[in-house]
Structures are given as structure tokens and as C-alpha cells.
Design a protein around this ligand. Structure first.
Ligand SMILES: [Zn+2]
Length: 265
């Protein structure tokens, strides 16, 4: 009938990709945050170790000046070795977390760009698939259709109907009745608001009528089709009796004429 399932799959895929990028972006953001905290913590500890080392070295000078015992000098030397060792360790750990933070920050930034690109792709996809496209007019003229009519055609198309007529011709050509709103001459501003759409079976047409009634009932200047209880004239719903000439005329297609201001999303 239509390629609806394929289209939905395409959109779902793009949405999943955006979601994945958002997830990664926030995960790397979290790593940047944690690594930054660790980095700071080890920097403080390295500073403390450095201070301690300075103090021990000053103490050594004093010991030498005051001719301390070898035992005192040995003790001091051992403490210096330990402080040195501690300083080296804390500096190494600080460096590890700096590298990790920089690594995560680059990825965080990268996924931020990916989010932007993927959102753009999704937006473009919606623009290309979720709106009227010229081919949906099925070879009939479409340039002068109002956005409201184009959106209605898009929905009909999506529901499995094909357009059989828009605003071609002129009153008296026998395609529509002379006063038909299909003809631009019968529109107040030369814009087109009417189209006919059909399908091989009744179901897509009936469904389209019910959908339009719920979506834009008060905006339906005219809607006639095979579903006799969902007919519209000047925004008012009525039922066509079986055998009525208007009913017989629209047994095989849905005729719609839509007023400006109807929803287009
Ligand atoms: Zn018509």
C-alpha cells in the first residue's frame, strides 16, 4: 500500500542515533567531572608532599649546622626519601587524571557535535518525509495549493490514497461541475483548496474521511466520499442518503475542499 513501515523505521533509527549521541555526550561529561575532581585532589596532596619535603630539607640543614648525631641524620634522610616517594606518587596520579580528563573532554566535545549533526539529519528527514512533496499530487498541478490543502494531501497519501485531481481545467470542461471549487475561477483569490483522492479499496478513503473529520472538521468547506456518515459542507457534518446524486458521485473518491487556517502539522 504505502512505504509507511519503512518510513517509520527510518525515523526510529534516526531518533535512536540522536539518543545514543546524547547518552555518550553525558557519559563523557560525567567522566570529565569525576576526573577533574580526582585531578584536583591529587594536586593538593602533591603540594602537601612538596611542602613536607621542603621542611625536611630545612631540618637537615639545621641538623648539620648543630652537629647532630649520625642516627638523627639517618632518620631525617629516611623521612626525606619517604616524602620524595610520596611526592612522586601523587604527581603520577595527578597526571593520570589530567590525561583522562583531557581524553574525556575531547570525546565529550566530539559527541556534542555528533548530537548536532544527528538532530539536523532527523530534522531534514522529517522535512522530506512528513510534509507534502510534489510527487504526492500524482502529476496534477500543485503550485497554487494552499499549505492546508497540501497537508491534507500528504495525510491522504500517507493513508494509502492517490490524488486524481487538483485544480486543472476550467469551468465547462466537463471534468467537474461548472460551479466546482476545483476551478481556480471559482475561488475568491485564485488559490487552490480542493483535491480528489481515491484508492483501490474503500478502506483508505473511509479512514481518511474519519481522520479529517476529527482533525479539521470545522475547516472542511466540502468533504464528500464513500463514507456516507462523514460528509461535510461548510464545516458542518451531515449524512448523505444512499442513492443521492452527490452520494453516487463520490462512491469512488474522496473530494475535499479545505479552508485556510486548518492545522498543517
Ligand atoms: Zn472533487
Amino acid at each position: 500500500m504505502t512505504d509507511e513501515p519503512r518510513k517509520l523505521k527510518g525515523m526510529a533509527k534516526l531518533k535512536a542515533k540522536v539518543k545514543e549521541a546524547l547518552h555518550r555526550y553525558s557519559a563523557f561529561g560525567k567522566i570529565v567531572e569525576v576526573a577533574g575532581k580526582r585531578e584536583k585532589g591529587f594536586a593538593i596532596r602533591a603540594n602537601l608532599a612538596e611542602k613536607q619535603l621542603d621542611e625536611l630539607r630545612a631540618r637537615r640543614k639545621q641538623l648539620i649546622e648543630h652537629e647532630a648525631t649520625q642516627r638523627q641524620l639517618d632518620d631525617n634522610e629516611q623521612l626525606i626519601w619517604l616524602a620524595n616517594h610520596r611526592l612522586k606518587k601523587m604527581t603520577e596520579k595527578r597526571l593520570f587524571w589530567t590525561k583522562r580528563r583531557v581524553w574525556a573532554r575531547e570525546r565529550h566535545h566530539h559527541w556534542g557535535l555528533v548530537i548536532k549533526h544527528r538532530k539536523d539529519r532527523l530534522r531534514r528527514w522529517i522535512q522530506q518525509h512528513e510534509t507534502f512533496q510534489s510527487y504526492m499530487a500524482n502529476g496534477n498541478p500543485y503550485e497554487k495549493l494552499t499549505p492546508e490543502a497540501k497537508y491534507g494531501i500528504y495525510l491522504d497519501f500517507r493513508g494509502g490514497n492517490y490524488v486524481t485531481s487538483t485544480y486543472e481545467g476550467y469551468p465547462g470542461d466537463g471534468v467537474h461541475s461548472p460551479g466546482s471549487y476545483h476551478y481556480l475561477e471559482n475561488q475568491p483569490d485564485g488559490k487552490a483548496r480542493c483535491w480528489d483522492a481515491g484508492a483501490g479499496t474503500l478502506s483508505p478513503m473511509n479512514k481518511a474521511q474519519i481522520r479529517e473529520a476529527g482533525r479539521a472538521g470545522p475547516f472542511l468547506i466540502e468533504m464528500f466520499g464513500p463514507e456516507n456518515t462523514f460528509e461535510y459542507k461548510n464545516g458542518v457534518r451531515f449524512t448523505l442518503a444512499e442513492g443521492d446524486p452527490l452520494e453516487t458521485m463520490h462512491d469512488n473518491h474522496k473530494h475535499t475542499c479545505i479552508r485556510d487556517g486548518a492545522p498543517t502539522k
